[in-house]
Design a protein around this ligand. Structure first.
Ligand code: G1P
Length: 293
């Protein structure tokens, strides 16, 4: 059973300044919850029970969010606000644990994932990049399907989606043996390259930020040299893994939002507000009123 998800959260979020100057960018709200809550919820819906945050010294607020605030809890209990109290306790279900390890130097995503090696051991695990919010056609379906595929076939899974060719230089980009997988399916990958120039890109299929990987990727990360941007790239370790073990690209069925930049954050906020079970009517009314003027 794959039960662990590594979520690297140590990045300083410079694309979200000044909002992220004194609070972690993952704690900025999307409607009524911090962005990281949506990502952890996606993991839980896919059956993950152990969340490993790879964190930075200045971002303890993320760890506090998944803990119980004893003073607030006691105060809500004393005031009889039981349903609010329960909703805070349910931020993380009882069978799910959240732990954190530190990334002491900003050496790249591959280096961040490597910091979780002592917790992962030999087990396969999930990596989720918290800047990307994912709205699956069905809750948790994409990550859940990737986990199932790994468990059935032993092939590592890398979630992909097509992007316009002039944007491939912002992503990991995969090359495949045959045609692109249809949505909800996987295809064997024969390469992946980090942030290629459009003229060198092997396809327009970008790496979305959800991976199911074997524990053996850690040994590869230990010897991965700095790559694109001078950083130790997870993409480069996956490219090496392809020579040793089956790796597949999984085409997601849902929609992605890059909350690591202002335009993507704004779009995610509006999109999820318009779909919120309680706030959707208010959100629609606000959007319509403001568009009319
Ligand atoms: C990271 C990965 C990249 C992936 C992207 C998805 O890049 O290195 O392969 O496509 O996330 O958002 P970053 O956005 O951290 O530069």
């Amino acid at each position: 059973m794959i039960s662990k998800a590594v979520i690297p959260v140590a990045g300083l979020g410079t694309r979200m300044l000044p909002a992220s100057k004194s609070i972690p960018k993952e704690m900025l709200p999307i409607v009524d919850r911090p962005a990281i809550h949506w990502v952890v919820e996606e993991a839980v819906q896919a059956g993950i029970t152990e969340i490993i945050l790879v964190n930075h010294a200045a971002k303890g607020a993320i760890e506090d969010y998944f803990d119980i605030n004893a003073e607030l809890d006691a105060q809500l209990q004393a005031k009889g606000k039981e349903s609010l109290r329960q909703s805070l306790r349910n931020v993380i279900p009882e069978n799910v644990s959240v732990i954190s390890v530190r990334q002491r130097e900003p050496l790249g995503l591959g280096h961040a994932v490597l910091q979780a090696a002592p917790v992962i051991g030999e087990e396969p695990f999930v990596v989720m990049l918290p800047d990307v919010l994912l709205e699956a056609a069905d809750e948790g379906v994409d990550l859940g399907a990737m986990i199932e595929r790994y468990q059935n076939s032993g092939a590592a899974q890398v979630m992909v989606e097509p992007v316009p060719m002039d944007r491939v230089d912002q992503y990991g980009v995969v090359s495949l043996e045959g045609p692109a997988p249809v949505r909800g399916e996987s295809r064997v990958m024969n390469g992946v390259v980090e942030k290629p120039h459009p003229e060198d890109a092997p396809s327009n299929l970008s790496v979305v930020g959800r991976y199911v990987l074997p524990g053996s990727i850690m040994a590869l990360l230990k010897t991965t040299r700095p790559g694109a941007g001078g950083e130790i790239q997870l993409t480069d370790a996956i490219a090496e893994l392809i020579g040793q073990a089956p790796v597949e690209a999984y085409a997601m069925t849902g929609k992605t939002f890059d909350c690591g930049n202002k335009a993507g954050y704004l779009e995610a906020f509006i999109h999820f507000a318009l779909r919120h079970p309680e706030l959707a009517p208010v959100a629609r009314d606000i959007v319509e009123r403001h568009c009319a003027h």
